[in-house]
Design a protein around this ligand. Structure first.
Ligand SMILES: [Fe+2]
Length: 504
């Protein structure tokens, strides 16, 4: 694992695809990822009585709908397989909970010297849409550990004033197929392969027609650059502050906008480099060249890197970045060590009061607060369940969806509220969803049998006909089932009917 990431980080081809002018997705064989995290490992975490990682269910065949509740404890593989007949289960920040995921985060962050995170996605067979078309705010390396998944990856959609390029298809925004053009990559990713998807590149996934009847499990390794300010724009902002210039958005062209989102040079945060007195000068020289087009016009020919205030600002920034990396690494190391000899995919259940890592503790406390927020206030006026039809695209949205959509587009919360009040059409009389719906949702967030009853009753149109036998899973040999890789048709359209808005 370490060798793989080290080789990738030092590969000039990878750096060109990642940070260069020719950013592009690609696929690589990586046999070590096969079987990294089993369904049994996943169930071990999902059955934990006190959930400290975000676990949720997306019902994407119904039109990009995420259950507004957390998943209840799932105690058995059979129950997990039943839930998977309705949608995709995902687990966020898995590196803070599963030993394998923590090992991946550690190996990748020490090779790339960027913050890392692993999310896990589990999708049943023949799911027409696993994730709808969207973009992400970080570069990702997809590690397919079991089964297979069909990916279509497109160049970043043209920028527009209504939506943020890194949050397309999220928070109420719809990324439409006609915005996408032809896919740059159209592949079925098999267990033992990895896929690189650059930040901002649109993608959609499916398990339909992959030649498997098994469950697809993949780990999404995020390399955090823009979202942790480890990008050129973060440095540019600091340099502008240091020379007394106001920060701006420098959005003169799409090319420049994307350039400023590029990661800072790979490897510059290596401890050996930071201990070297000449490193900062060299770093500054390199940066000023990268940022020449956006800063030099204001510098009137002065050498930016020689200004003491600039040197001080960059040093401080480097210190903060190193501290972020160190704190994350401590958290992942604790998970690796804390899982003991319970097996490679072991789940680390230590809660906030037992964890030694400050970073992990703050993340767990945040997650517990989120879980509590979702459980509390489940009365009929709870805004999580109140939806209105947005006339811009005809989709049912909560007020939070609309606010997030406006925030991502750089517009004010007041404008969002005004749009909600004046333009969006109520679904329920007086915006009060039926009480029995509320009760069912509350029960579904607490017990798996209630969740399954809820899904069968409210979303029967999403239920897959394909049951996965646990014995079949145990005996599965991916290489025996591997389908011929070929280009295929665009993934099917989401089903028209909206999830449970039309029921009761
Ligand atoms: Fe994504």
């Amino acid at each position: 694992m370490e060798d793989f990431f080290t080789a990738l980080a030092s590969s000039s081809s990878f750096r060109r695809c990642w940070t260069g002018q020719t950013r592009t997705p690609f696929i690589l064989p990586a046999p070590f990822v096969e079987g990294l995290l089993s369904l049994t490992d996943i169930v071990e975490g999902l059955s934990a009585p006190c959930r400290t990682c975000e676990a949720a269910l997306t019902l994407t065949d119904g039109g990009d709908f995420r259950c507004p509740i957390s998943l209840p404890p799932i105690d058995s593989l059979d129950d997990l397989l039943e839930v998977l007949r309705f949608g995709t289960v995902f687990l966020n920040t898995a590196g803070l909970h599963w030993k394998r995921a923590a090992e991946i985060c550690l190996a990748a962050s020490s090779a790339f010297l960027f913050p890392t995170n692993v999310n896990v996605y589990i999708t049943g067979p023949e799911r027409m849409t696993s994730t709808d078309a969207h973009t992400d705010n970080h570069d990702v390396i997809i590690l397919q550990t079991a089964g297979a998944k069909h990916w279509q990856i497109f160049a970043p959609p043209p920028r527009n004033s209504q939506s943020h390029p890194l949050y397309r298809g999220k928070h109420g925004d719809k990324l439409l197929l006609h915005e996408l053009g032809n896919p740059l990559l159209d592949v079925v990713l098999h267990a033992g392969e990895v896929l690189f998807v650059p930040m901002g590149f649109a993608h959609l996934t499916s398990t339909q027609g992959t030649g498997h009847a098994g469950v697809s499990v993949h780990l999404t390794l995020g390399l955090s650059t823009a979202d942790y300010n480890f990008c050129l724009n973060g440095l540019r902002t600091i340099l502008l502050e240091q020379i007394g210039r106001p920060s701006d958005k420098a959005e003169t062209s799409s090319q420049l906008w994307w350039h400023l989102l590029s990661p800072v040079p790979v490897g510059y945060l290596a401890p050996s480099r930071l201990r070297c007195p000449s490193a900062h000068a060299e770093y500054l020289q390199h940066l000023t060249k990268l940022l020449e087009a956006t800063i030099f016009p204001w510098q009137e020919g002065h050498d930016l890197g020689e200004l003491p205030e600039v040197q001080m600002g960059v040093s401080k920034h480097l210190e903060q970045q190193v501290e972020s990396l160190t704190m994350q690494a401590e958290a992942y190391a604790e998970v690796v060590a804390g899982s003991g000899n319970d097996g490679p995919g072991a789940f680390y259940a230590a809660g906030p009061s037992e964890t030694r890592s400050q970073y992990r503790q703050s993340m767990l406390i945040h997650q517990l607060a989120e879980n509590k927020r979702k459980r509390d206030a489940t009365h009929a006026g709870d805004l999580r369940f109140v939806k209105r039809i947005d006339p811009r695209d005809g989709a049912a949205k909560t007020l939070a969806d609309v606010r997030q959509y406006y925030a991502d587009s750089g517009l004010s919360a007041d404008a969002a509220d005004q749009h909600w009040i004046s333009c969006c059409e109520s679904i329920y009389p007086n915006d009060r969803p039926p009480e029995n719906l509320m009760n069912e949702l509350v029960a579904a967030s607490e017990r798996c049998d209630a969740l399954l009853n809820f899904l069968r009753r409210r979303t029967p149109h999403l239920q897959s006909d394909i049951a996965v036998e646990r014995n079949e899973l145990a005996a599965r040999c991916d290489w025996e089932l591997r389908a011929e890789r070929k280009s295929s048709e665009r993934l099917g359209k989401p089903r028209e009917r909206r999830v449970w808005d039309s029921v009761d």
